[in-house]
Each structure stands twice: as structure tokens, then as C-alpha cells.
Design a protein around this ligand. Structure first.
Ligand code: CTP
Length: 407
């Protein structure tokens, strides 16, 4: 996520919802990710939170009034409108949505929103009835039609006691949506991307299982990359430490067999399939129905699971791209190239694993991009987001063509 925000200027517009206090957390995460945050609060937001904490968090003065004497011409509204990489309105009330939809410019935020050509992202937060009101819904539809992005609202119990949509969506979802809005080149718009991610758990008995150390970070990075580039993303997620991005459709599975069924049910509809899951190669032949007692030594018979990515590659249609990963301890590009050919894939991202630097779950690893009929391309040590970018670039290059392995 860091690379997506470093050096970017985000105008954080805070409007008068009870959730205004959560803007401090949003600002703080944006600053941590390397963004320059220019905070601005409407008059009603100031009734709910004081500007002092926002100033401390962002290191910038909170812009409050249109005609206040400015200590620094850098925060004059037209200057900010031009300089911003993103306008994030969080929380966004029904009032700011109405003003933005109708071009009303009666304070600093609404005026600057009218003047900017930067992407605009709204995170609505309001009472359910206000949110569902046809006027608000029409305003949202109009703003979307003009290119504004929306994240949330969440559903649940609101401060007013009502239940329903209207709660400010969680900060991680807002940050992901901000990353997506910041990314201007939507080269995968209209494309469907399927990703398997995380580990599998193969049960031994009702309380024990065989698992592996996959964290789900690679699948998450791929999903975020594809979402940023405008794709519709579905993640078939095995158990993992990290959750897939909020904007992805997620199907939770546990075993390799469940993962296979979920992938096969959707793969025909997708343009790209990335098999990032650490699929369990074996399952227990006879799962005990009752919890096994500790007696003496135990021998488990394991039987092989289906190879999901190979099956997806066998059945793919022309123009569809199927990519996998290869975690190898030695002869990495050579072994990965063999895996690519054996499974009939278009692309493989090969990683060195094992040893002190190559542990599964490490932030970055030595990687190679393997393509059919091309020499391996060494990527050096690369982070998961860099790997995701390179792999999606390579897959995008093959889209609509024959698919390297089919050609
Ligand atoms: N894979 C799969 N189904 C399996 C095993 C692996 O779809 N039953 C996919 C993985 O998601 C990955 C690729 O195949 O994209 C390679 O996984 P890896 O574990 O490196 O290879 P294996 O085929 O399991 O071979 P080995 O463990 O013998 O190296």
C-alpha cells in the first residue's frame, strides 16, 4: 500500500457526521503510508471534533473558512484544487453529497470540490433514512455518473439507534478505495479477474488439520493491483492471516477440494486466473469423525488433491490468461519453467523460498517471471506489491491474444 500513497497529496474533507472523529484515524493511516494530508472541516464537523488533533496528526493546518486569512498561499482553494492527487470526503454527509451533485459552492470544501479535476472519493455516513432517501440516492447516482467514487456505507447499528446502511465503512476499506481512486490508468476496466489465495486446511479429525504457512498476502496484493486497474475481482480465499480487499467478491473455502470447486465454478467467466493459493497437495484418506485420542504413534494415509491451476489451464478458452506461482528452494527459474510447461500455464511467478531470507510470508523475495517461449526474467528482490504489478502487467499483455501456452 505504501508505494501507492508515497508523495501523493490527499485533501481530506471532513463533514458533520457523528463519525467525524474517525477522520483522525484515516488521516493518521494516510500519513503513515507516506501521503501529504491537507485536512479541511466544514462548520458542522467542527461542532463534533476539534481541529487540534488533525493538525497534530497531519502536520498541516486544518482549513476551516473560505475567507480566513491564509498563513500560506499554498492552501488557497484553487491552488489546493490543482495540487491534490485525491479528494477524500470522509465522512460524507447527505448535505455535501447534495452540494457536490448540484454544484453548490458555499464553503471551502464545496467550492474546492467544484474547482478540482482530481479524483473524488466519498465515504458516506448518515442516518439510514437519510441515506435511503430518493434525493440522496439520486445525488449519489449523479455523482457516480460524473466519475466520483464511493466506498461504503457499512450496515449495522448507527449512533441514532437505527439499523441499516449509513455507518462509515471501516478505515482499511477507505484506504483501499483511496488507492484505487489514485490509480488513474484503468487498463483492466471491464475485465474479470479470479484469484485463489491463502492456505488450505485438510482435516484429520473434527479439531485437527494439516495446513501450511501461507498468509494470503500475495493474493491480497494481486487483488488490490487488479482492482486499482479497474478489474472486477473475485478471490477464492482459503484460511489466511490477511483479508482480501473490501472491494473484491470473496468466497471462503477451507479444503483444496472446496477451493477446486469454487475456482471451477467461476473460471470460465474470467479473463485472468491467478493461482496464488498454497493449495494443499494431499488430504487425509479417512478423516476421523470423532476426536482422535492420544494413544501411540499414528500413521496418516494421504492421498493427492487435484491440481487446480493445471485443470483451469487445460479447460481455458482462447484469450484467457492462467498464471501460477512456484515456490522453489533451488534451481528456481529452471524448476519453475518445468512447472509452467507441465501445468500448461501462460505465466509463472517463481520465488526462492527457504533459508533466512526466503521464508514464506517474508515481505520481499527473489523472484523471476517465467513465460512460455521466453527466457526467465529476473526481477531481483521484489515486494509482493511489485510482484503483483509485474505479474498483472505480463498477464494484461497476453489478454485477448492466444495465451502464450496455447499459441
Ligand atoms: N497448485 C494448484 N493445485 C495444487 C497444487 C498447486 O493449483 N494441487 C498451484 C499453486 O497455486 C501454484 C502452482 O500450482 O500457483 C505451483 O504450486 P507449487 O506448490 O509450487 O507446486 P506443486 O505443483 O505443488 O509442485 P511441488 O510442490 O512438487 O513443487
Amino acid at each position: 500500500m505504501r508505494a501507492r500513497f508515497t508523495g501523493k497529496t490527499v485533501v481530506l474533507g471532513i463533514t458533520g457526521s457523528i463519525a467525524a472523529y474517525k477522520a483522525c484515524e484515516i488521516a493518521s493511516r494516510l500519513v503513515e503510508l507516506g501521503a501529504k494530508v491537507i485536512p479541511t472541516m466544514t462548520r458542522s464537523a467542527r461542532e463534533l471534533v476539534g481541529p487540534a488533533s488533525l493538525e497534530a496528526i497531519t502536520g498541516n493546518r486544518v482549513i476551516l473558512e473560505m475567507f480566513e486569512p491564509l498563513p500560506n498561499p499554498e492552501i488557497e482553494h484553487i491552488a489546493v484544487a490543482r495540487r491534490a492527487d485525491l479528494f477524500l470526503i470522509a465522512p460524507a454527509t447527505a448535505n455535501i453529497l447534495a452540494k457536490a451533485a448540484h454544484g453548490i459552492a458555499d464553503d471551502w470544501l464545496s467550492t474546492t470540490l467544484l474547482a478540482t479535476r482530481a479524483p473524488i472519493l466519498f465515504a458516506p455516513a448518515m442516518n439510514t433514512m437519510m441515506y435511503l432517501h430518493p434525493a440522496t440516492q439520486a445525488n449519489i447516482a449523479l455523482l457516480k455518473e460524473r466519475g466520483a467514487a464511493f466506498v461504503g456505507p457499512g450496515e449495522g447499528r448507527l449512533a441514532c439507534g437505527e439499523e441499516g446502511p449509513g455507518r462509515l465503512i471501516e478505515t482499511p476499506c477507505i484506504l483501499e478505495a483511496a488507492a484505487m481512486a489514485l490509480y488513474r490508468d484503468k487498463d483492466l476496466a471491464g475485465r474479470r479477474v479470479l484469484i485463489s489465495s491463502g492456505a488450505n486446511q485438510e482435516p484429520i479429525d473434527p479439531v485437527r488439520f494439516i495446513g501450511n504457512a501461507s498468509t494470503g498476502r500475495m493474493g491480497r496484493a494481486l487483488a488490490l493491483e487488479a482492482l486499482c486497474r479497474g478489474a472486477q475481482v473475485c478471490v477464492i480465499a482459503g484460511p489466511s492471516e490477511v483479508a482480501p480487499p473490501c472491494a473484491a467478491e470473496v468466497v471462503h473455502v477451507r479444503t483444496a477440494a472446496e477451493m477446486r470447486d469454487a475456482v471451477m465454478a467461476r473460471v470460465a467467466d474470467c479473463d485472468m486466473f491467478f493461482s496464488a493459493a498454497a493449495v494443499a497437495d494431499y488430504r487425509v484418506a479417512a478423516v476421523e469423525q470423532a476426536k482422535m485420542k492420544r494413544t501411540g504413534p499414528v500413521t496418516l494415509e494421504l492421498i493427492p488433491n487435484a491440481d487446480i491451476v493445471a485443470e483451469a489451464a487445460r479447460n481455458r478458452r482462447a484469450g484467457q490468461v492462467v498464471a501460477g506461482f512456484a515456490a522453489e528452494t533451488e534451481n528456481v527459474p529452471e524448476n519453475a519453467a518445468q512447472k509452467l510447461a507441465g501445468k500448461g500455464l501462460d505465466l509463472i511467478l517463481a520465488n526462492r523460498v527457504g533459508g533466512a531470507d526466503g521464508a514464506i510470508g517474508a515481505e520481499d523475495s527473489e523472484a523471476w517471471l517465467i513465460r512460455a517461449k521466453h527466457p526467465p526474467e529476473a526481477l531481483g528482490r521484489a515486494s509482493k506489491s511489485e510482484i503483483a504489478r509485474r505479474l498483472v502487467d505480463a498477464a494484461a499483455g497476453l489478454l485477448g491474444g492466444q495465451g502464450a501456452a496455447l499459441g
